[in-house]
Design a protein around this ligand. Structure first.
Ligand SMILES: Cc1cc2nc3c(=O)[nH]c(=O)nc-3n(C[C@H](O)[C@H](O)[C@H](O)COP(=O)(O)OP(=O)(O)OC[C@H]3O[C@@H](n4cnc5c(N)ncnc54)[C@H](O)[C@@H]3O)c2cc1C
Length: 417
């Protein structure tokens, strides 16, 4: 059976890998010149099962309103005359009830735990390296109120097998001495020892090479223009490359186009609520290794994550719902560097910082679409939002099971069942 995977981000490449392991013939189509060059390029690096609390939660509506006009707000809605954005926003509000939040946390934890184990297994099977570190994730709070609010979601996560433990400020400093400059400001923290970090772009590129060695065919520099259908099935993909336009065909198709997924399948009647949530990252060369963190960190107040990637420190965060532009906003870039200087003065070279933005393919619930669609031979692996790196291996592995007619080894609300 031949499968075309649409998109070579971390999601498309992991799907291609697990599909190839099942013995399928796999072709990947990607508009860029290589794998992992869009949203999977410079993300926060965290493999964070412990980040299972969705943006949509009971406290969110009030916070989002407070942040509406604030240029450096962690989550900023810029309202536009855009029907998809408004529909997304309405559904986001519906996901903020305690019941929906709990349901979504359970999906995210289950998929995250399965995915982290699948990544670890893949690492053992292939010997793949990507500046990975297995030192856990430490989430610290500088606001007493935010810390209190985090205790219930952390409890739900523990209930479902994510070992996210509450620790004191002293324990946080003992785990990560680089936090010493703000030790008196830390109101509390949580630590998840089993979580990890690593460079998603390196991983995606290295895994794409392994896929190619195992016979996966890659069509880079090839833009997908549309899907052909006879009303029941996808009959082909219309693409454009240097030679011009052509139609490529397969038995089954996997949609993994990140933020660009909804537009492609809308004409087929497949309605996906995915909206781009623009995020920023800053990558700094490390000057003093002992002053930079090596445990991956989450700074709750500033909604920033910090991951040590070899001799670099990657800092990422913020979300702006404002269309598809990836332009850098100087205010947001400076806010990240300011925070780095507060936390880790002298640790990094701020003059050689590399700023980047990417569009998280966000669903209102933070739960991705994985599984069947209403079109029999079109499968979904998209909408991974804030956690695409964390959820990539589990999503690809589970989808390969579904496409092989097997039951995935994870309890998750797959689409189409
Ligand atoms: C600032 C930031 C920090 C983040 N931090 C983390 C983190 O710490 N941990 C974590 O788990 N996740 C994190 N994420 C989320 C994660 O990076 C994403 O969820 C993930 O990269 C999405 O992968 P994807 O493959 O779905 O999308 P992409 O990587 O965007 O891949 C989609 C691919 O489809 C291709 N494509 C699109 N349209 C077409 C077309 N018409 N024709 C051909 N090709 C096309 C694109 O070129 C692209 O390569 C972060 C994201 C951001 C922005």
């Amino acid at each position: 059976m031949k499968i075309i995977v649409l998109g070579a981000g971390v999601i498309g490449i992991t799907a291609a890998w697990f599909l190839r392991q099942k013995g399928f013939e796999v072709v990947v189509i990607e508009r860029q010149a290589g794998a992992g060059l869009e949203t999977s390029f410079a993300n926060g690096g965290q493999i964070s099962v412990s980040h299972a609390e969705p943006w949509a939660n009971p406290g969110a509506p009030k916070k989002v309103l407070q942040w509406l006009m604030k240029e450096d707000a962690p989550l900023l809605f810029r309202l536009r005359a855009d029907l998809l954005q408004w529909r997304w926003g309405m559904q986001f509000l519906r996901e903020c009830t305690p019941e929906r939040t709990r349901h979504n946390i359970i999906q995210i934890v289950n998929l995250g735990t399965y995915s982290r184990a699948s990544l670890q297994q893949l690492r053992r099977d292939t010997g793949l390296h990507y500046d990975e570190l297995s030192k856990g994730i430490l989430h610290f709070y500088t606001s007493e109120q935010e810390f209190e609010a985090a205790l219930e979601p952390a409890k739900i996560m523990r209930e479902f097998g994510c070992d996210r433990h509450v620790i004191s400020a002293q324990e946080a400093i003992a785990l990560e001495p680089a936090l010493v400059s703000i030790q008196h400001q830390i109101a509390g923290a949580t630590y998840t020892a089993a979580d990890e970090s690593g460079d998603a772009h390196q991983f995606t590129q290295n895994l794409a090479h392994l896929c190619a060695e195992q016979g996966v065919q890659f069509l880079y520099n090839t833009t997908i223009l549309g899907l052909m259908t006879d009303g029941q099935q996808v009959t082909g993909v219309r693409v454009q490359d240097a030679q011009g336009e052509q139609i490529l065909t397969a038995d089954n198709y996997v949609l993994a186009l990140g933020s660009y997924s909804p537009q492609l399948v809308k004409p087929l009647g497949v309605d996906l609520l995915i909206y781009p949530a623009k995020g920023y990252s800053a990558t700094f060369p490390i000057l003093q290794a002992d002053k930079a963190p090596s445990v991956s960190l989450t700074d709750d107040e500033f909604k920033l994550v910090f991951s040590r990637l070899g001799d670099r420190l990657r800092v990422a965060g913020t979300a702006e719902l404002n269309g598809y532009s990836t332009e850098l906003n100087e205010v947001r870039c400076k806010a990240i560097t300011r925070r780095v200087l507060q936390l880790f003065p002298d640790a990094v070279d701020i003059n050689r910082v590399q700023y980047w933005t990417g569009l998280r393919p966000a669903t209102p619930s933070n739960v991705p679409y994985i599984g069947r669609s209403k079109i029999a031979n079109l499968f979904l692996d998209t909408g991974h939002g804030t956690l695409g790196w964390t959820h990539a291996c589990g999503s690809g592995r589970a989808l390969a099971d579904i496409m092989a007619g097997q039951k995935p080894g994870v309890d998750f609300a797959f689409t189409g069942f």
